[in-house]
Ligand binder design. Structure first.
Ligand SMILES: [Zn+2]
Length: 456
């Protein structure tokens, strides 16, 4: 009683806003703390990731991808999501094939076997392969030197910059060699391209990823080489050029396949037509099992909504999970979703998780007005280690929605190990830590719920 009187007196002295703000702030913090507790005691994100990765790799067009669609739909239903449905998309179907061979040989007869894998979307070589002189290149400018690449295999060997704190920045700088390099080489008259793997580690596995052929130029076969072999090849070239490489690939592009992204939601209690989207991509590359890229994002998404449901919370706005098809080699799922669903209801904000399942650091936000508002909630995200809210782009699946002016938010975990595993046979469940993964789901649950209660 005495305490109540003191509270009443303080409220009277500082005025009405005290009553207005304090309970709200406390309630958001209590809710976020409850989410943390619920998530960390049960660690269900890791269980879901175990199930998803047990299917195997999930490249667009593959049987495994369709199995993942079925799994995701059934999982959303079993978690009690509403309006669970498929969003149809026509997706590409590229297959790696069985032959991936490369060997360098000097004129004096010395040989160097190279560990390679075809880049996603590459055309095959002829059955007996391509043999040609090799030229090492570090920038597209070097290709402008007349005759430098004519009739040769171009070896792109500019490493990711180890001095960049955020490894995604280093990836952004170097990955044009993989995406645009093959066509740049073709423009200079090259017959094939070999690209240093996009990773900061020195290892013996090649890291694949998409290439983007320029339709106006001849298509040439292209492969990634492991970083250890890229260094060895560079030393081999310095040792005594000229060096020739023989490259054999039997990958192929098959007709597009009718497939889908998977959607489920918690309907908003007050503004059901206003949508907070949370998503990752269900497809992966065909090497490894896509545990971090982007099985982790799928587990984050499912678990974030599941935590909200398990706590019995009824968000004011609809919180929608979207597991996108075909992020890796076409973005056809994101395109189809934007073309169909963005016209229905109103997307207030979109959250993407496609940066791995590591310890949360924070979020990036595209829109400056949204950023200022979301930054005020940093203390809540900090409960799950995700208090750094900065300006920046999300992942690729939200690009089309962001272009419509919808604020897009990217979940940002620690990036130091991501490219050790990315797009390689090393991206498997054992590289994911259950607590780190769950913290990401909690951070995203807090974000989604804050947006659902407050709007933007
Ligand atoms: Zn990804």
């Amino acid at each position: 009683m005495k305490q109540l009187l003191i509270y009443a007196l303080v409220a009277f002295l500082v005025g009405f806003p005290f009553f207005e703000c304090f309970p709200q702030t406390r309630s958001s913090k209590d809710t976020a703390s409850a989410m943390l507790k619920e998530g960390m005691i049960k660690l269900q994100a890791y269980e879901m990731l175990s199930e998803l990765t047990a299917i195997g790799s999930r490249l667009s067009g593959s049987e495994n991808y369709e199995k993942a669609v079925k799994w995701a739909k059934a999982k959303m239903i079993s978690l009690g999501f509403e309006n669970v449905r498929l969003n149809p998309a026509q997706i590409p179907h590229w297959v790696r094939g069985k032959t991936e061979f490369a060997e360098a040989a000097s004129r004096s007869g010395k040989k160097l076997p190279l560990t390679i894998c075809a880049l996603g979307g590459s055309i095959p070589t002829a059955a007996n392969g391509i043999t040609a002189d090799v030229v090492e290149i570090h920038s597209f400018d070097e290709l402008k030197k007349p005759g430098i690449a004519k009739g040769k295999i171009v070896f792109f060997n500019r490493p990711m910059d180890p001095a960049r704190l955020n490894t995604f920045d280093a990836y952004g700088d170097a990955s044009e060699q993989r995406t645009k390099g093959p066509s740049q080489a073709a423009a200079a008259g090259a017959v094939a391209a070999i690209v240093r793997s996009m990773t900061l580690t020195h290892d013996d596995v090649p890291h694949t990823g998409s290439l983007m052929y320029d339709e106006k130029l001849p298509k040439i076969p292209a492969a990634a080489v492991s970083t250890n072999d890229a260094d060895a090849l560079s030393a081999f070239l310095k040792d005594g050029p000229p060096v020739r490489i023989t490259l054999k690939l039997d990958c192929q592009q098959l007709p597009d396949v009718a497939s889908a992204s998977v959607i489920g939601e918690i309907r908003g209690s007050q503004f059901p037509d206003e949508i907070i989207l949370v998503g990752g991509h269900l497809d992966s590359w065909d090497l490894g099992t896509g545990a971090h890229d982007d099985g982790a994002g799928c587990a984050h998404t499912l678990e974030a909504l599941s935590i909200i449901k398990r706590l019995g919370l009824q968000p004011k706005r609809t919180i929608r999970a979207v597991l996108f098809a075909n992020e890796e080699n076409g973005l056809k799922g994101a395109r189809a979703y934007t073309d169909s669903e963005a016209k229905i209801g109103k997307h207030i904000a979109c959250i993407e998780t496609d940066a791995g399942g590591f310890t949360p650091r924070g979020f990036t936000v595209t829109d400056p007005v949204a950023l200022a508002k979301i930054q005020k909630w940093s203390a809540l995200f900090a409960l799950a280690g995700a208090g750094e809210v900065t300006s920046g782009n999300p992942g690729a699946d939200l690009l089309y929605l962001a272009k419509l002016g919808i604020p897009a938010i990217g979940f940002r975990p620690d990036s130091q190990r991501y490219f050790d595993y990315h797009h390689s046979t090393h991206d498997t469940l054992d590289k994911v830590h259950p607590r780190e993964l769950e913290l990401g789901a909690v951070a995203i649950a807090i974000m989604a719920y804050q947006l659902s209660e407050n709007g933007l």
